[in-house]
Design a protein around this ligand. Structure first.
Ligand code: URP
Ligand code: ZN
Ligand code: ZN
Length: 460
């Protein structure tokens, strides 16, 4: 199959020019003016933007969590992602405490193989570190192409590891060319605030927010940066929400340290006033919670200052019936919200159209930096000869409205119902095949491939 995309405005992290792109098989073969290849399909991209396929490095598909499972599986989740211009996701494998990493890997392979429509990889969440697991960490990097290891400084008794385990893990990961990622919040402080609010009968979603004040994230982010500095390990903080945590990373730069940071769309565009809507606030119960306007300002600035490199989603959808598990107690509301489909279009409207970020920065944070940090560049994350033909043809002027009635995620409400956006994904190519054409997904479950990743070459 060959495709010729004519006359699009091609935008990468570094460049912006009008050109044709010719793809053959799974890759980009030529980029230039007035290309004359005879292709199986020609797409006129005049007046459209052409981006590298989006990479969302923070999603939870079919994940057992808080007594239930996230409602999008690999088919519905990667299809919804493609509709929004995200051609690849990185999901989280969760080690079960007391069991091996390979045990968990096999479980996640069953969830994904033959089911994914879009491409995917895994982060391995280490929830129980010991000498046997240390050996498996090396095997994951060397044999499986899984180079990023997720840790939790919260969710005690289920996912959290202590600081001793964290430092030991960092040493092994550093020696073998991987990186450690973290959910950085102080689990003990949060648990004690949850217990206090519950004992006082304060049980609405608002108290989810009040149980995780900014200091819990700022403290843990600083502690994580300190442990990285001590071990020399490359590290990445997921779903950063607030000024205090960003300042912890900024402080680390004073000792010439580099800590990579991801924020998520919701922390840039939503704020904690949504928790005042009684139980409807459960739609936005996630950890860490939404913050204040001043935190949004800090995060947008952090993106432009190069302190925040990636915008993901932390897509972890639950249907309303599942959210109702916490109707009488906020601590039982499954944490997470549906967002995988809207990341690229929301960020375009709220970031590019408002002038908060440039088009090049938009490509950097939605695709290129994730590919670089997680060992996939230049196969993924750019538009270049030899790269995978993962391309988004985007209409910057098309207006549309987000709604549960039209989204493709397997969830029965929208966290962004009625949001009016300008800029829409029109056509998506994944490894040289048309995945999305208008409202239609043309690929089947099983097309999505696992992407084996290379060692990190990051300078920290
Ligand atoms: O609320 C969230 N974020 N749910 C998913 C699990 C996690 O902490 O990322
Ligand atoms: Zn988390
Ligand atoms: Zn998450």
């Amino acid at each position: 199959m060959s495709i010729l995309i004519k006359n699009g405005r091609v935008v990468t992290a570094e460049s912006d020019f009008i050109a044709d792109i010719y793809t053959e098989g799974e890759q980009i073969v030529a980029i230039g003016k007035d290309l004359s290849y005879k292709a199986d399909k020609v797409i006129d991209a005049t007046g459209k933007l052409v981006f590298p396929g989006g990479i969302d490095p923070h999603v939870h598909l079919d994940m057992p969590f808080m007594g239930t499972s996230s409602s999008d599986d690999y088919t519905t989740g990667t299809r919804a992602a493609l509709h929004g211009g995200t051609t690849m996701v990185i999901d989280f494998i969760l080690q079960t405490q007391g069991k091996s990493l390979y045990d968990a890997l096999r479980t996640w392979q069953q969830k994904s193989q033959g089911k994914a429509i879009g491409d995917y990889s895994y982060h391995m969440a280490v929830t129980d570190f010991n000498d046997d697991v240390a050996k498996e960490v090396v095997q994951m990097i060397e044999d499986e192409g899984i180079i990023s290891f997720k840790t939790f400084m919260a969710y005690k008794g289920a996912l959290m590891i202590d600081d001793g385990q964290m430092v030991q893990l960092m040493k092994v990961v550093k020696e073998n060319g991987g990186l450690v990622t973290v959910h950085a919040t102080n689990g003990d402080m949060i648990d004690s605030l949850i217990a206090k609010h519950r004992s006082e009968g304060k049980l609405s979603p608002l108290y989810h927010y009040l149980s995780q004040p900014e200091v819990t994230e700022a403290e843990a982010s600083g502690r994580f940066a300190d442990m990285l500095h001590y071990t020399g390990c490359p590290g990445y903080i997921v779903h950063m929400t607030c000024e205090g945590a960003l300042n912890a990373v900024r402080n680390a730069t004073r000792r010439n340290q580099k800590v990579f940071v991801e924020t998520c769309t919701q922390y840039l565009v939503l704020d904690a006033s949504l928790y005042e809507k009684d139980f409807e606030g459960a739609k936005w119960v996630m950890s860490p919670p939404l913050r204040e306007k001043k935190d949004q300002t800090a995060l947008w600035s952090g993106i432009n200052q190069g302190l925040v490199q990636v915008v993901g989603t932390d897509h972890c959808p639950f249907k309303w019936e599942q959210k109702l598990m916490g109707k009488d107690d906020f601590s039982k509301i499954p944490n997470g919200h549906p967002a995988i489909e809207h990341r690229m279009e929301l960020l375009f409207t709220e970031g590019v159209n408002t002038g908060k970020i440039s088009l090049n920065k938009y490509v950097e944070v939605t695709s290129t930096n994730a590919a670089k940090i997680f060992g996939m560049f230049p196969k993924k994350g750019t538009i270049a000869i030899g790269a995978d033909a993962d391309l988004v043809i985007f209409d910057p002027n098309k207006k549309h409205t987000i709604s549960v009635d039209t989204h493709h995620m397997n969830v029965d409400y929208s966290a962004y119902e009625g949001w009016e956006l300008t800029g829409k994904t029109e056509t998506v190519l994944l490894r040289g095949k048309v995945a999305i054409e208008g409202e239609k997904c043309l690929l089947e479950a099983g097309y999505g491939q696992f992407v084996k990743r290379g060692k990190t070459s990051l300078v920290v």
